[in-house]
Design a binder for this molecule. Structure first.
Ligand code: CRA
Length: 833
């Protein structure tokens, strides 16, 4: 189906319009026009931010016709829409990405340069919207890019947090959190749509009544209400007319003033209501895979879900359809359990507000919703105490009880007398303080349940969702994560992109499998040389950046060994540190040791309340302080912790990497997506058989991947046997020496207490089994060292890694979702001149 739209473009035929034209003179005129009329600045008074804003408006003007055309086709009854419900969207800066997707990078660069400015500087000054913690939020952003690029009509639904993920500073080696005021200069990419605001209810009580046909009904009498105001951001597809929408909701008080309170003189109370309402969308919870169980978090989840579902229902009705066919027009994907209250809210809207019968509503709900699970970590599985849930959402609690009672009746028929199973499947955890299990709610209320990598999907079926799998195996599937090559190659690595283009043309950016055509180039010495030179240049750029940010000088001719991701014990950044200290120890014992120089680069934020993770940062910076200053080793070892890892910094770091550290304990990293960004940019991976590493290794070939560590089954076996970390410490001399060195205070100015919590944890508990995997890791690192010194072969492996990454384009992931879960098609849009 191709649809054409004929929207007025306010365009004088034959004349290059200042709002759409791409001629260099037109672009310059439009740019200065926006600086003057929108930003209100003359060139002699304008700052870099002013110029950035003017350019952002100039680019936005050039996508508006396509955006409105896409909005227009959504209203057609036959067009199917994917709604992606996510508490996080980690979009990264928009300007550079839109220049790539609109294919206007070159003319804009020329226009900006001819105006005496530097395009890169304007791109770099954009404050990134950090509305996510890490993998899950960034995945949502890659998926929006691919949906638009594949011309699938879609809306991303989330929260417009006023404060996104905190900025990280390192003070005396420790993480310090700084608030992220990302909106301080305004946001040129968003458009507020207050006319489409919706009302959200909280608290109060429910009241049964009989309707005029004599049917039993329930009415919810809320204790308070807030307004959800939509803010829309255009999501451009690459080289297509589709421009989808990211719709983020901001919470506001229903009225600016409560006039009764005001008239009684309670001015403060009236204004305070407004302030309290607005806290709902104030700040992103900075925890990755760790629930906090705070009431405000449940309010946030319900807030954006209810806003979005009301918006979906409005669109359904406005397209001329009734709610009976909601599932034919909409497919709604729940990104983890954060939006899973959608199951109850959609039921409430259909049954209480639109008067559908329960069974009918249930059929529509389950056919509309689908659930992606992103983690097996027990501390991340969301539960809400029944009392908290009931006080905030009394009607939803009743609906959940009703869903549960009907569901458990079915389970009883299937497994008579199996009380244990019933207890596991129940939406309510009856143990201790009763709680609502959000994953169970999501499973029961969805027609599809997927994990995010092959291994993860298998483990889901075997462990956390085992009982659901036995009961409803047909719902389960896998969709391996992917990342967008537009941002993670074309935008972040223009030099490698140009080299690839010269060799195989540019079709690979939308058909990433075509990178395979580079395989033969791996045997071409000339091409290898060019590949190496590109990498060398980018490493030199990163070295400059490191020197500017941290004052540490690093040698671009050493191996760049990089681990960037959230700091978490299961990701084992401290295993990486144990290796560094091993090398340090070796070099101190034998200064003539033959080894390739290495620069270890770390980046990542720790959840503010996660003490162990913060101590791991302190350990990295402390080891760095000693190693970098020690003349015996510092020509071969450097350790850098780069503060404030975010999307912008990721774009700088992936292209410069040679070794990618993916060293989580097998069975704990659901997928990982950084692993894909590294390989795409020609880094080799050292990793365990965990998450998507398994599939990356399959694709690139075992000979081009450095594998170490226990497999999932070995981990399980060792654990059930009774894991004793101390036995590894006593039986491995080097390991003992390394741990003793840290414990002795060598890296903490003699302070033996600083790292004691970390060391004791390793020796007495070691829940992530670093000690068990230590020797295998060090041996594998030695293999890396030998391989790196055969530089021709290293470059060959690097090229083959990039060449074989086709599977990990988010375009492939989205095609999988579209075919197996959403039944959504491309709707190419033609815009009539
Ligand atoms: N923390 C997983 O841990 C995965 C992403 C995206 C995570 C990663 O391995 O790549 O999701 N899980 O699928 C998560 O957020 C709530 O669970 C993540 O980003």
């Amino acid at each position: 189906m191709t649809v054409s739209t004929n929207l007025p473009s306010f365009h004088t035929p034959g004349v290059e319009d200042d709002r759409t034209g791409l001629g260099i003179e037109t672009l310059k005129r439009a740019f200065f026009d926006n600086l003057y009329y929108v930003q209100g600045k003359l060139p002699n008074r304008a700052s870099t931010v002013d110029y950035y804003m003017a350019l952002a408006y100039t680019v936005r003007d050039r996508l508006l016709q396509r955006w409105l055309a896409t909005e227009d086709i959504l209203t057609r009854p036959e067009v199917r829409i994917v709604g992606y419900l996510s508490a996080e969207f980690l979009m990264g800066p928009h300007l550079g990405n839109n220049l790539i997707n609109l294919d206007i990078y070159a003319p804009v660069k020329q226009a900006i340069e001819e105006s005496g400015l530097n395009l890169q500087e304007l791109i770099d000054i954009e404050e990134e919207p950090g509305l996510g913690n890490g993998g899950l939020g960034r995945l949502a952003a890659c998926y929006l890019d691919s949906l638009a690029s594949l011309q699938i009509p879609a809306i991303g639904y989330g929260i417009r947090y006023e404060f996104g993920i905190f900025d990280q500073e390192i003070v005396d080696g420790w993480q310090v959190e700084i608030t992220d005021k990302w909106l301080k200069y305004g946001n040129p990419w968003e458009v507020a749509r207050p006319e489409e605001a919706v009302e959200i209810k909280f608290g109060g009580y429910t009241q049964p009544y009989t309707d005029d046909q004599g049917r039993y009904r329930v009415r919810w009498v809320p204790g308070s209400t807030v307004m959800g105001i939509p803010y829309d951001t255009p999501i451009t597809g690459y080289n297509v007319n589709t421009v989808n929408t990211l719709r983020l909701w901001k919470a506001e008080a229903p009225e600016s003033f409560d006039f009764t309170a005001f008239n009684q003189g309670d001015y403060w109370g009236a204004v305070n209501d407004k302030v309290v309402s607005e806290t709902i969308s104030k700040v992103l919870y900075p925890n990755d895979e760790q629930i906090q169980g705070k009431q405000l978090r449940l309010q946030q989840q319900f807030f954006f879900v209810s806003c979005s579902l009301q918006d979906v229902i409005r669109r359904q009705l406005e397209s001329g359809r009734t709610l009976d066919t909601l599932h034919e027009k909409f497919s709604l994907q729940m990104n983890d359990t954060h939006p899973s209250v959608a199951v109850a809210e959609l039921m409430r809207l259909l049954v209480d507000e639109h008067m559908l019968e329960w069974d009918h509503a249930w059929d529509i709900t389950t056919r509309t919703l689908a659930y992606t699970n992103h983690t097996l970590l027990p501390e991340a599985l969301e539960k809400w105490s029944v009392s908290l849930f009931g006080s905030l959402l009394p009607r939803h609690l009743e609906i959940i009880f009703e869903i549960n009672s009907r569901f458990l009746d079915q389970v009883r028929l299937r497994y008579p007398g199996d009380e244990a199973r019933l207890g596991q499947l129940s939406l309510i955890d009856e143990g201790g303080d009763r709680s609502v299990r959000m994953a169970n709610l999501a499973c029961v209320g969805s027609h599809a349940i997927n994990g995010v990598a092959a291994l993860h999907s298998e483990l889901l079926k075997k462990t956390v969702l085992h009982d659901f799998y036995e009961l409803m195996p047909e719902k389960f599937c896998n969709v391996t994560n992917g990342v967008t090559p537009r941002r993670w190659l074309a935008l972040s690595n223009p030099r490698l992109t140009a080299l690839i283009d010269r060799r195989i043309g540019n079709g690979w950016l939308t058909h990433l499998d075509r990178l395979r055509e580079l395989e033969s180039a791996a045997d071409d010495a000339g091409f290898r040389h060019e590949w190496r030179m590109v990498k060398r240049d980018i490493k030199a750029d990163l070295a400059d950046h490191i020197a500017n940010r941290t004052g540490i000088s690093v040698n671009p001719d050493t191996l760049f060994d990089i681990q960037v991701k959230r700091i978490h014990e299961y990701k084992r950044q401290h295993l990486n540190v144990l290796h560094i200290v091993t090398l340090y120890h070796r070099l101190k014992q034998n200064p003539n040791q033959d080894m390739a120089g290495r620069t270890f680069i770390f980046g990542g934020k720790a959840a503010p309340g996660y003490d162990m993770a913060k101590r791991i940062i302190k350990l990295i910076t402390s080891v760095g302080d000693v190693v970098n200053k020690d003349p015996d080793v510092s020509d071969r070892l450097r350790v850098v912790f780069l503060p404030d890892y975010n999307v912008t910094f990721g774009q700088r770091v992936y292209p410069a990497a040679e070794l990618s550290e993916q060293i989580s304990l097998a069975g704990l990293e659901a997928s990982g997506t950084g692993n894909m960004k590294f390989s795409m940019n020609g880094a080799l991976t050292i990793g365990t058989l965990d998450g998507a590493n398994v599939e990356i290794r399959e694709e690139v070939g075992a000979e081009n991947f450095f594998l170490f560590g226990m497999k999932t089954e070995e981990v399980t076996a060792l654990r059930s046997q009774g894991y004793n970390p101390m036995s590894y410490y006593h039986s491995n001399e080097t390991l003992k020496a390394v741990i003793d060195l840290i414990a002795s205070g060598h890296f903490s100015h003699g302070d033996r207490e600083l790292f004691r919590p970390l060391i004791d944890n390793l020796l007495y508990h070691d829940p992530y089994m670093l000690l068990a995997d230590y020797q295998s890791y060090v041996d594998c690192q030695d293999q890396v060292d030998r391989a790196y010194r055969d530089s021709e072969n290293w470059v060959r492996m690097s090229i083959l890694n990039a060449a074989r990454m086709g599977k990990f384009s988010s375009d492939r992931s989205i095609q999988d979702y579209a075919q197996t879960i959403w039944q959504a098609d491309a709707v190419p849009i033609e815009i009539e001149a």
